[in-house]
Design a protein around this ligand. Structure first.
Ligand code: ZN
Ligand code: ZN
Length: 249
């Protein structure tokens, strides 16, 4: 959701280069033209692939517990810097821009994801939330959920244990780190059993190896959820061969 009132008071400004923004975005036309769209991605996990490929090797060997993941952008400049600024710099205006860029692909997302599903932003551990003051996925959800016709449902699950930064860990260590990291919430009517909807969407800022969304999806599936869709702003992964005319920032 773009806040027109705010746009009318504060002019749109490019968060990458400082030039005037364009088309109701905090992004100028030149920077917009250079965005690293995830043009050809794995149909299951959104890993950037070279043109013509449809499913990555990992999804073929070990299919993920979610039905499909969508990430309109690659985790590359300037999206990486915008996400870091949102998470670690508290720049909520980055979240507004990143969420709006996801909604620019909402037609494709709506074609793939049924409408009206609950949307669960990946929960932060309470200690991390207290330190940061906000959950970046919940900030993105405020913009992305309405564009998908989804309903934010942050109460569906929570993070049982804080996980240390994963950036330097290999895939196996990430998985071990994350085992049991999430739990579904108690039944809303107070029954002893936990409860999850039959289908839902989980939302994250960036899918790196996929270990976090796999773990949360597994927890939700174990609790009875039949179909999990994953939406993220960006997907990390080896960049496919650079196409003619495409430059990296
Ligand atoms: Zn710019
Ligand atoms: Zn894949």
């Amino acid at each position: 959701m773009v806040d027109n009132f705010e746009g009318a008071v504060l002019p749109w400004r490019c968060l990458c280069c400082g030039a005037p923004g364009s088309a109701g975005l905090d992004l100028c036309a030149a920077c917009h033209a250079e965005l690293p769209w995830n043009a050809n991605a794995c149909g299951r996990c959104a890993l950037p692939l070279s043109a013509g490929a449809s499913t990555c090797g990992e999804c073929q060997r070990d299919p993920p517990p979610f039905a499909a993941a969508f990430a309109p952008l690659r985790y590359a400049f300037p999206i990486d810097r915008l996400i870091v600024g949102l998470k670690f710099g508290g720049h909520l205006e980055h979240g507004r821009l990143l969420g709006t860029l996801v909604t620019a692909r909402s037609e494709a997302l709506r074609a793939a994801i049924p409408p009206g599903l609950p949307l669960l932003p990946i929960p932060l551990h309470a200690a991390r939330l207290a330190e940061r003051g906000f959950n970046q996925a919940a900030e993105l959800a405020r913009i992305v959920a309405p564009a998908l016709g989804a309903k934010p449902a942050p109460e569906l699950a929570w993070r049982r244990k804080p996980t240390p930064p994963q950036a330097r860990l290999d895939a196996a260590s990430r998985r071990a780190n994350l085992a049991g990291a999430f739990a579904v919430s108690a039944h809303p009517k107070g029954c002893a059993a936990t409860w999850v909807p039959r289908r839902l969407i989980i939302l994250d800022d960036v899918v790196t190896t996929g270990a976090t969304v796999r773990e949360l999806s597994r927890t939700l599936r174990d609790a009875g959820c039949e179909e999990v869709f994953v939406v993220a702003v960006a997907r990390a992964g080896r960049v496919p061969p650079v196409a003619a005319g495409e430059r990296r920032g």
